[in-house]
Design a protein around this ligand. Structure first.
Ligand code: ISL
Length: 572
């Protein structure tokens, strides 16, 4: 697959011809994908039965969100056994069948690796509750400070980042829920246990990992108080754990101990909230041998106000500035991942597009076109390829996610009005991404024969895979064409990137150039007809891809219909 002979010690997959540079990844959130046994929760057999959906779309890699045994406090991101499958999803035999079926279709499978924290029900943590246990040092246990928490850090899921354990009158650190205690990567035995577990999955045949908040694993061992912002009681600990002091050492060690043993085969992607372009260059520079790519969060924070639940409209120029800087910053070393959606983000057609009946298909396909024509590896989140929209979440009873439920309680206690809190949760809540996959127009959208763990979006009667397969103009077929274009047109994979019209608030436009080929990409981020000056030499250029009927160009102008996207090609 890498196409050339490997010198000893050389890992071709980390160079320019790495297979994942031309790949498209599809993320499956297994709880919400396909339920085979009627318990209302998606499972591995259900996913295996739907693999042709992915194969026909043309994706190269499936990223599977966590399926390990878990108390499901954070839907599987709280793992109690790293080497098994939660019975709700199946068992190891069902996993092996899934993996074989993925490989049979010429695709690869990467697992979610959640090793910033475990579940508090993991045996490691249970042992560590005993101060004399060798596992005590595998977590961040600290004595009380003045009878209270060891420092002032707040948790991502509201409240303090510390929980008290009466058994030893000590606190443990949890950046997320109290049921997700943070692992102490300072401890070499813990690190070796993680590497052994990773090799165990790779030897079973998996093709890499998506690493959950992996840039949080190195903490400043002094755990200093964080600065107080606003009027909340908690300090911001992020300077002491985001890309902390030993992060590069740990990732290089992980590469030596794990990744390097499977040359040319794997994809590793680090989820990294708060990572900067400069840090991402270090993480993804092949010569440093750390990770293949990172997920950064800048572009999905541009519509945040005081916090993520205080959204404001996106300014298109902010999006261009941000994505453009990442394109430039990782042009000569490193590599970008490209995404609008995942299981933590609201649906992009509702967020940056228009999910009303008139413009939904057009805006979903415009957004897809703009993203997929950037340089980097695109990630499609389940349902995005159908143009699935946000859920109609009305009252707090409609929410399931721990982050939303905790935020609601905390904001109520702080005196906010319920309706104000709900407005933020409806727009930004993670449950928007977690409603069941919409396979067809039947009662539960073909997701389950039982009662789904979270209601199916009522719009599934209109928006569903069966209807979209049958319609060549659907969002689904547009994603299929975009993925095929990446596989056939080297300029999409390798071309350099030049942003056009950086100050325009309506049109997102750029070129990609590779050898003699140049692509011109333009997307209209509004519901109006918009005309802009065409750069020189594009008059009459070949139309490679569009997303529906076009407005007629005036001479020397590019005129885009509402939410229109176009890709032109020129060869010289
Ligand atoms: O959505 C968020 C909360 O506002 C993000 O901060 C999110 O928690 C962050 O991107 C880390 O996400 C990952 O780790 C979490 C888990 O809840 C998310 O689902 C996962 O993607 C803890 O494991």
């Amino acid at each position: 697959m890498t196409g050339h002979h490997l010198e000893p010690g050389e890992d071709a997959a980390r160079g320019d011809d790495a297979w994942w540079r031309s790949a498209v990844v599809y993320q499956v959130y297994p709880r919400s994908f396909a339920d085979s046994d009627g318990d209302g929760i998606g499972d591995l057999a259900g996913l295996t039965g739907r693999l042709d959906h992915l194969a026909k779309l043309g994706v190269d890699v499936l990223w599977l969100s966590p399926v390990y045994p878990s108390p499901q406090d954070d839907n599987g991101y709280d793992i109690s056994d790293y080497r098994n499958i939660d019975p709700v999803f199946g068992d190891l035999a069902a996993f092996d069948r899934l993996l074989a079926a993925v490989h049979e279709r010429g695709m690869r499978l990467i697992m979610d690796l959640v090793v910033n924290h475990t579940s508090d029900e993991h045996p490691w943590f249970q042992e560590s509750r005993d101060p004399d246990s060798p596992k005590r040092d595998w977590y961040w246990w600290r004595p009380p400070r003045g009878g209270r928490e060891p420092n002032n850090w707040g948790s991502f899921f509201s409240g303090s980042a510390w929980a008290h354990d009466a058994a030893s009158d000590a606190y443990y650190l949890h950046l997320f829920s109290p049921k997700q205690p943070d692992l102490n990567w300072e401890n070499p035995d813990l690190r070796q246990a993680v590497y052994a577990m990773m090799r165990w999955w790779l030897d079973r045949g998996v093709d890499g990992f998506r690493m959950d908040v992996v840039n949080f694993i190195s903490k400043d061992p002094a755990l200093p108080d964080g600065a107080l912002h606003g009027d909340g009681p908690f300090g911001d600990g992020s300077p002491y754990f985001v890309c902390g002091p030993r992060i590069h050492d740990y990732l290089q060690e992980m590469h030596r101990e794990v990744t390097a043993r499977y040359p040319g085969r794997l994809l590793t992607v680090g989820e990294m909230p708060g990572v900067t372009v400069e840090q991402a260059r270090l993480f993804t520079d092949p010569r440093r041998a750390e990770l293949d790519m990172v997920f950064q969060f800048e572009h999905v924070g541009l519509d945040h106000g005081q916090g993520k639940f205080d959204p404001r409209p996106l300014r298109l120029t902010d999006l261009k500035t941000s994505l453009g800087r990442w394109q430039t910053g990782l042009a000569d070393v490193g590599w970008n991942s490209l995404y609008w959606n995942n299981h933590d983000q609201p649906r992009v057609v509702s967020r940056f597009g228009d999910d009303g009946p008139r413009h939904r298909t057009r805006s979903a396909t415009m957004l897809a076109t703009v993203l997929h024509l950037h340089r980097g590896t695109p990630y499609v989140y389940q349902g995005e390829e159908l143009g699935m929209a946000n859920a109609p979440l009305r009252t707090i009873e409609d929410f399931r996610d721990i982050e939303s439920l905790n935020h609601y309680t905390q904001a109520l206690n702080a005196g906010q009005e319920p309706e104000d809190i709900l407005r933020g949760l409806r727009a930004m809540g993670r449950d928007n991404a977690r409603t069941p996959m919409q396979w067809d127009a039947s009662a539960q959208a073909g997701f389950t024969t039982g009662t789904p763990w979270i209601p199916v979006n009522p719009d599934h009667t209109e928006i569903n895979a069966a209807a979209e397969y049958a319609d060549p103009a659907s969002v689904y077929h547009h994603y299929r064409r975009l993925i095929a274009l990446r596989h056939s047109e080297p300029a999409v994979v390798h071309g350099d990137f030049t942003m056009l019209l950086p100050d325009d608030e309506r049109i997102y436009a750029f070129t990609r150039r590779y050898g003699d080929t140049t692509l011109l990409v333009a997307g209209n981020f509004t519901g109006d007809i918009v005309a802009v000056d065409l750069p020189d030499g594009w008059e009459g250029a070949e139309l490679l891809l569009d997303n529906g009927p076009s407005a007629t160009d005036e001479p020397g102008r590019l005129t885009l219909a509402p939410w229109e996207a176009r890709v032109h090609r020129r060869t010289r």
